[in-house]
Design a protein around this ligand. Structure first.
Ligand code: HGY
Ligand code: MN
Ligand code: MN
Length: 417
């Protein structure tokens, strides 16, 4: 790579490792669930780094953090970048973090090179990109884009039954009105997110940079099953209404719906499966499932979704189990902005880095930022395509390439008026 900007890889890697140590689980596992103690400590850590870089910081009612480098003409719509620092249970240290700390490093390298942006550049650290707390992903960016109604937000409950209102209040955001989170139209002229690929293609093809043209369409269902509990020795098999077994059949129906959708891109996962009472000698009386179903194409995703929603009542009727089935989110795919895709490709070429146009199978805050401004993503390879695991890894060199392309793209986008 032709090196132009003073990107400080050592400083960036040190910060990635320091942030990884702020976790609800022992190293090398990273876990930072929305508004948990680890999440709040991580927010403070990153905000301090941004203050050290002389940037202004604002937070909204749901905890989205806005870190601004004020440009020469602060009246112009801003150029934005960013990602998330929350992490699912048993996660790695790069998912989201590369797009936050890497973006901060890109800004610092541009500052240190003497670059002065015409448009302000804003780094957004989105609240709750991960679905762990409420079952719905991209909570912060959905609310920014107006893609989640305030009623729906008010109805969200975590596994302990806590509401968003209660949790955001405990986290210190209760004094602000959730209504004010939605961004005014035209707030941003563009949004570019740096992220690890969370897939194997770039590494397999030995290409250092990906640029995203489309982000797959995610959906999440929540199923609550109520059967009849009882003594494992006393209740004979024909009399049983076992909530776990109904859930198990539903989980297999999810797999079948994905396998038989007609598209190799349909993926279905029953990632959450909780039962009560959870005693070896007691027939499970209740079960909770959270189902993640996605595809790059809407028709096959929706066809599989319909199959699952038909299977649930059939299975429950057969087993004498009652159910509640809730669609937490059913989203469209995002199409990224072709001119931004070109800007990233240009930036890569000028740096002597090959750039591959791609689809993102993972969803990101870019899925919702694309609803409010031209958006694209920059991908870097991750070892074996592994993510959402503690052994997730991208090398300092791979991260530096991504930061350099992001910095060059931000400079290009922030220079025009
Ligand atoms: O699940 C996803 O695609 C993202 O990593 N939250
Ligand atoms: Mn993730
Ligand atoms: Mn992510």
């Amino acid at each position: 790579m032709k090196q132009t900007l003073p990107i400080n890889s050592e400083r960036l890697q040190r910060q990635i490792d320091e942030l990884a140590a702020i976790s609800a689980a022992p190293a090398p596992v990273v876990t930072r669930v929305l508004f948990s103690e680890a999440d709040l400590r991580a927010r403070e850590y990153v905000k301090n780094l941004c203050r050290e870089a002389g940037l202004t910081i604002q937070e909204d009612a749901v905890g989205n953090i806005f870190v601004r480098w004020i440009g020469k003409d602060s009246s112009l719509p801003l150029v934005a970048t960013g990602s998330h620092i929350d992490a699912i249970p048993n996660a790695g240290r790069y998912d989201g973090v590369v797009g936050v700390l890497g973006a901060l490093e890109a800004i610092r390298a541009l500052q240190e090179s003497g670059f002065e942006p015409q448009r302000s550049i804003e780094l957004i650290i989105f609240t709750a990109e991960e679905p762990t707390r409420f079952g719905i992903g991209c909570l912060g960016s959905r609310l920014l884009a107006g893609a989640l109604s305030l009623e729906k937000a008010a109805s969200l409950r975590d596994p302990e039954g806590k509401s968003l209102e209660e949790l955001r209040g405990d986290a210190g955001f209760g004094g602000q009105d959730l209504k004010k989170v939605k961004l005014a139209a035209g707030s941003y002229s563009s949004f570019v997110e740096l992220h690890i690929e969370q897939g194997p293609l770039l590494e397999k093809e030995n290409i250092p940079i990906g640029v995203v043209e489309k982000i797959a369409a995610p959906s999440t269902l929540r199923v609550q099953l109520t059967g009849v509990g009882g003594h494992a020795g006393a209740v004979l098999m024909p009399e049983r209404h076992d909530a776990l077994l109904a859930g198990a059949e539903i989980a297999l129906a999810v797999e079948q719906a994905a396998l038989n959708s007609g598209s190799p891109d349909t993926v279905g996962t029953t990632g959450v499966f909780r039962i009560e009472p959870g005693a070896v000698n007691s027939v499970p009386c209740r079960a909770w499932l959270e189902i993640d179903l996605r595809d790059t194409q809407l028709p096959t995703r929706d066809g599989a979704l319909k199959k699952i929603e038909q299977a649930v009542p059939e299975i429950c009727k057969k087993r004498g189990v009652t159910f509640e089935l809730q669609r937490l989110n059913v989203d469209a795919p995002a199409i990224c902005d072709p001119s931004l895709v070109n800007a990233v490709s240009e930036a890569g070429r000028e740096l002597g880095l090959e750039v591959k146009k791609m689809i993102s199978r993972a969803y990101h805050d870019s899925l919702f930022m694309a609803q409010i401004c031209p958006t694209t993503m920059i991908f870097i390879p991750c070892r074996g395509g592994v993510s959402h695991r503690p052994d997730e890894y991208s090398s300092p060199e791979q991260i530096k390439n991504g930061v350099a392309v992001l910095a060059a793209t931000l400079a290009r986008l922030a220079s025009n008026s």
